[in-house]
Design a protein around this ligand. Structure first.
Ligand code: CMP
Length: 154
């Protein structure tokens, strides 16, 4: 068991389709703790930085256009093995390959409109949390339910 933090973005399609509450409810229901959350417009600079790994891909420009087209909700979730737990809840990048029961498998049909982003590894999570919340905004706190969700092992 390893406590981790991970970055989730509910992308413009998720906000516009009014799915923010339903998506967040899934993470809360699982027991993950929200330690940062904000609705924000995305600058081109931030988008290009966030998607830098895809810079050479043919879809890079449309990716940046899309994520800057309308606000996103950026969230940092904390919990045991939060990075793989959240990735498994999000589902495969291509919605036709995501299993029913995952967020993309239940709410998305197109890869370019796959609703949500989640960090894929410890290094990317750290870099993405720094990129989106480097100016502050993270809050560590105890929940009354922690004792019923988390084991005592640190
Ligand atoms: P995400 O996993 O958040 O990060 C990279 C994004 O690139 C991915 O979600 C998709 O939204 C997008 N993407 C990946 N492959 C394609 C593609 N072939 N065409 C358009 N967008 C893509």
């Amino acid at each position: 068991m390893k406590s981790q933090r991970t970055l989730v973005l509910i992308k413009p399609d998720g906000v516009q389709r009014q799915l923010v509450g339903r998506v967040i409810a899934r993470f809360e229901d699982r027991g993950l703790k929200i330690v940062g959350m904000r609705l924000t417009a995305v600058s081109r600079a931030l988008a290009e930085h966030h998607y830098a790994v895809h810079k050479e891909r043919p879809f890079f420009a449309s990716l940046v256009d899309f994520i800057t087209s309308s606000p996103v909700v950026a969230i940092v979730l904390e919990g045991p093995n939060a990075i793989p737990v959240v990735r498994s809840m999000v589902g495969a990048t291509k919605p036709h390959e995501s299993a029913p029961g995952t967020i993309r498998g239940d709410f998305a049909l197109e890869t370019a409109k796959n609703l949500i982003h989640a960090s894929d590894a410890e290094e990317t999570a750290a870099a993405e949390i720094q990129l989106w919340f480097g100016d502050g905004g993270l809050v560590g706190y105890e929940r009354a339910t922690d004792t019923w969700i988390l084991s005592d092992e640190a």
